[in-house]
Design a protein around this ligand. Structure first.
Ligand code: ADP
Ligand code: ZN
Length: 729
């Protein structure tokens, strides 16, 4: 027994509250209240009441008389040991206050209280005093099911509810209460089992064996788009469900489409519980609660579902594991794929990372044997990968002011003539990324950010993609006043659509980007429509690259393949390779011969060469080599510190203080500060520091010590710590 225990017996407990708190606060447990580690409680905090979680470990050495009591214990399953260690782990790794991490696990406050039971009626067996035809129908209908809601029964029998009321008064029916309905039906693991090819069966067998062992095992499931990865990991999901485990399938939010849900439904006879930003609040609460109670067995969700309070989690699948959308860059900077591996390791179960183009980090882990590597060799059935070729834009330039080369245009024409679909990919929303005045050269810049305003012609505005600032597109230049001399520079999807509609006026053309009017729901509908063949030419941003199955899509054209290579990010080549591979993989998924045309000004670039040679191995080899030579991740580690402030000088001065405070440690170095490429965002000036470390160097300890030695940020100065940064802007 330690000193703390003697001074403060168990009536004082630590409670972690969902605020930027560095550690749990101490509260007393009033007489008659029972709490344990993980209990979800309500506690006073200043003038407010907040929900928190009873944590473990020692409490502060404060006089118990000065502490305030816990107000209330919710009737809710506690956050289990694994989940608490997971919260601690994420906080420690990301240098985020544990309070902010636990907040992600407490996202459904209304669900801390049990869901209300539902009122219904059932027949008692008593006979009514008088039989009418309405009453006869009612009694006959009531026999069809054990329990009914009052209005449901009246409706089913075709009578008014007053007839039910009459029989209730006579004691022919009585009111009963039922448990809340399940958020989703139970999956049936034997339902729509696919007949696997030999290759697939082998892979599924390996995954199932790992699930059967039930120990921590990270597995890379690699195979071309359409090779059946989903089908194969569904078998592992079935195995885990059969073993009585809960399962989480993580997907990038945009890939969580109706077609995925339908496929799951077809395999398991019921849809999974969905968890993403578009789920209605009531549904979210029911899912959170039923996940905690173990009633929901399977969740398909975006990255935040990693923080759901599963009680018997036994498998996590991270589909499209390479996707940058898994990185959260807001408050707590974490990578959901990496944290999924951590969660599996703490919980002692397998985690499957699926991708056609794995991240370099995951590939290296698989090659060094840290992860198991399960591969699918070819596309399933007669679906062949598209034949890819480069269009050298220096040799086949489009007409002035246009962006589709004659080579691609011819190919589109042929595709439409066969009654098939074409997809034109350009990773740029809006009409044009820059607008300038032809007379005085004025460029339209955001008032809050160091960015150009993007012309969104459909909405008639110029908009900033970083802060959302928008202004009506003027007719005259605000600088020199000249009318009608503003020009759009460069293309966005809307501009490509304009060009296409001119050339293919009879084709049905659709533009798909994340800012589509009508939001995610509309977008999902449009994607369904494309899959059903209701468009001839689709022009889209990267969201069309993910997970969709468009049976009649036989041509994919990448308008500006070099776009992603331009930024000086260490992952630029990898990202470009993954995105182009994925987007061209939308073609030819059903046996029709298909083509991918990649418009580029750099046909000799290794990324372009690897793509057309359909030789991902050569790309991985050279890219891994490159990373090793430069000690970039995963051969070295990086962390970024972004200092921002209302005034440029304040941000720069504080960044310099941090640099001065950095301790001397072997194999760790701090670079900068340098003004960030995005120098101003939302009116805040930004400076970056970059920490470079060897693989084994204690980068968290280094950051912690640096921050402890540096002066506290004052005034408008704010810090963001990003361990394993994905963005360098
Ligand atoms: P991936 O996830 O690797 O892109 P999918 O699992 O989506 O591949 O499979 C691609 C297509 O092939 C899907 O339409 C899927 O239903 C079909 N498919 C894959 N394997 C089988 C199989 N064994 N039996 C029937 N259809 C399959
Ligand atoms: Zn802005």
């Amino acid at each position: 027994m330690n000193l703390t225990d003697q001074l403060f017996p168990e009536t004082v407990v630590p409670v972690l509250v969902p605020l930027p708190a560095d550690r749990p606060y101490s509260y007393t447990v009033p007489d008659g209240m029972t709490v344990g580690p993980g209990s979800i409680v309500q506690v006073p905090l200043g003038p407010r009441q907040v929900a928190g979680v009873v944590w473990d470990g020692p409490t502060d050495r404060v006089d118990a008389k000065k502490l305030r009591p816990i107000t209330h214990v919710f009737d809710c399953p506690p956050l289990d040991e694994t989940m608490r260690r997971f919260v601690d782990w994420v906080a420690d790794y990301t240098l985020s206050p544990p309070g902010l991490v636990v907040r992600m696990a407490l996202r459904a406050p209304a669900a801390f209280d049990p869901e209300p039971w539902v009122e219904g009626i059932e027949a008692t067996g008593e006979k009514p005093d008088l039989i009418t035809s309405a009453r006869r129908r009612l009694l006959a209908t009531a026999e069809e099911a054990p329990a009914w809601s009052k209005s449901g029964l009246a409706h089913a029998a075709g009578v008014s509810t007053s007839v039910v009321d009459g029989l209730l008064r006579q004691g022919v029916f009585r009111t009963v209460r039922f448990p809340p309905p399940p958020a989703v039906a139970e999956p049936d693991t034997g339902y729509g089992r696919a007949v696997l090819s030999e290759d697939q069966a082998l892979a599924a067998g390996e995954l199932a064996a790992a699930v059967h062992r039930g120990a921590f095992a990270p597995i890379l499931l690699e195979g071309a788009t359409g090779s059946g990865k989903t089908e194969v990991y569904f078998e592992a999901v079935a195995k885990a469900l059969d073993a009585g485990k809960q399962v989480l399938i993580l997907l990038p939010e945009i890939a969580l489409t109706q077609s995925f849900i339908d496929r799951f439904h077809a395999r398991f006879g019921a849809p999974p519980a969905e968890w993403h930003s578009d789920v209605a609040p009531k549904k979210r609460e029911a899912i959170w609660r039923q996940v905690a109670e173990g009633r929901v067995r399977i969740v398909a969700g975006a990255r935040s579902s990693l923080f759901l309070p599963f009680r018997e989690l036994g498998l996590v699948v991270v589909d499209e594991e390479h996707d940058p959308a898994y990185k959260q860059e807001d408050r707590t900077f974490y990578h959901a794929r990496d944290m999924a591996v951590v969660r599996a390791s703490l919980g002692g179960f397998p985690v499957i990372l699926a991708s056609a183009t794995p991240s370099i980090e995951t590939r290296v882990n698989a090659e060094t044997g840290r992860y198991a590597h399960v591969r699918l060799k070819s596309r399933h059935g007669d679906a062949a990968l598209p034949e890819l070729s480069l269009v050298d834009m220096r040799r086949h330039p489009p007409a002035r002011g246009r962006f589709v080369s004659p080579v691609l245009e011819t190919e589109i024409r042929k595709t439409l003539a066969r009654g098939e679909q074409a997809l034109l990919f350009l990773n740029r929303r809006g009409y044009a990324p820059l607008t300038l005045c032809r007379v005085c050269g004025h460029r339209f810049q955001c008032h809050n950010c160091s960015t150009w305003l993007v012309d969104h012609r459909l909405r008639g505005v110029l908009q900033c993609h970083h802060c959302g600032f928008s202004t009506p597109r003027p007719e005259a230049c605000p600088e020199c006043g000249t009318l009608d001399h503003l020009v759009a520079c460069g293309p966005g999807v809307e501009r490509i659509a304009e060009e296409i509609v001119e050339d293919f006026s009879e084709a049905r053309t659709i533009v798909l980007s994340s800012d589509i009017a009508g939001g995610p729901r509309r977008l999902r509908r449009e994607l369904e429509a494309v899959a059903d063949g209701e468009a001839d030419i689709v022009i889209g941003t990267q969201l069309v690259a993910k997970g969709h199955h468009f049976p009649k899509m036989t041509l994919v054209g990448a308008i500006d393949a070099d776009l992603g290579l331009a930024n000086g990010d260490p992952r630029a080549a990898e990202r470009t390779f993954q995105l182009l591979h994925q987007v061209t993989g939308r073609a030819g998924r059903t046996g029709l011969a298909s083509r991918g045309l990649i418009q580029t000004f750099q046909p000799r670039h290794p990324v372009m060469q690897a793509l057309v040679a359909s030789d991902p191995e050569s790309f991985y080899e050279s890219e891994i080599d490159e990373r090793r030579r430069n000690a970039l991740p995963p051969f070295g580690r990086l962390a970024a510190i972004v200092v921002s402030a209302d005034r440029r000088a304040d941000a720069e001065a504080h960044a310099r203080e941090i640099r001065k405070a950095a301790p001397e440690m072997p194999e760790i170095e701090m670079l900068g500060p340098a003004e960030a490429p995005l120098a101003v965002v939302r009116g805040r000036h930004r400076f970056r520091l970059l920490v470079e470390a060897s693989r084994r160097a204690p980068i968290q300890a280094y950051l912690r010590e640096t921050l402890a030695r540096a002066p506290r940020p004052r005034g408008s100065v704010q810090l963001q710590i990003d361990v394993d940064p994905q963005s360098f802007l």
